[in-house]
Design a binder for this molecule. Sequence first.
Ligand code: GTP
Ligand code: MG
Length: 274
Amino acid sequence: MKNVLIRFVYSSLIWRSFSTKFAMANSKFEYVRNFETDDRCLPNTWIVVRVDGRGFHKFSEKHEFAKPNDKRSLDLMGKAAGRVMTEFKEICLAYGQSDEFSFVFKRDMDLHKRRASKLMTSVASIFTSAFVFHWPQFFDIPLKYPPSFDGRVVLYPSTQNLRDYLSWRQADCHINNLYNTAFWTLVLKGNLTNAEAEKRLCGTFANDKNEILFSEFGINYNNEPQLFRKGTVLVRDKKKKSEEELEGRLTKDILALNEDIIGDAFWNNHKILD
Ligand code: GTP
Ligand code: MG
């Protein structure tokens, strides 16, 4: 009994001495916490997080994406973006095209104290894992290696700035898609080499590309799918819908649209930024 008591006293003394040492060490090292800088986004500004596929030029080749647009990939991007919106109710709208998606957080939200790195990494991580998780729903072939997405945060002080940002991304979609449609039509249907097609399109304006597509290949660019020409905008719509109306929706309350977001009509209809 005495032995047990001595052992107990001895071990508690050792433990106390250890914990005192740990506490001292902790207070000695604790100062490094101050190296973590405050990266809170300015209050009352629109926060946009944009994710973009890393090395998707190679990724799309390796996974045999259709050229210039692969509907499976665009739909999968929309699905992953919908997952991000389900996770973050503070996102009021998302817009995506090609291998990128932009997420707009409500300007008055205070999630994660508006810390830029927390928001950006969470969005990029949820988006990437959802992209991988849902891959088999859209593609018959397995992933050959893990895809990844980078992220950035940009703040827009006025609603006009935000509208201009979204217009810029949609205009980018239009310019790239018109070029890529003309380029791949010249290569795949016109039997030009990549270099010849590039040369043919060098210095051309939108009208010229439309004309090449129409007069040489009978393609009216305006009849190409809206998904390819306009990209995808995700909005929330909580109005009660019948089963029939829910068909084709991303989720019960997230709607995927392929509309023009440069003009006023879309914004007057949806009143998302008011
Ligand atoms: P980083 O973003 O800088 O890592 O480079 P990246 O290779 O991802 O290029 P970037 O983001 O500038 O452009 C996206 C690229 O993905 C395009 O240039 C295409 O090569 C490819 N891509 C995206 N969507 C499609 C698609 O639907 N079909 C095909 N064939 N390629 C696509
Ligand atoms: Mg990319």
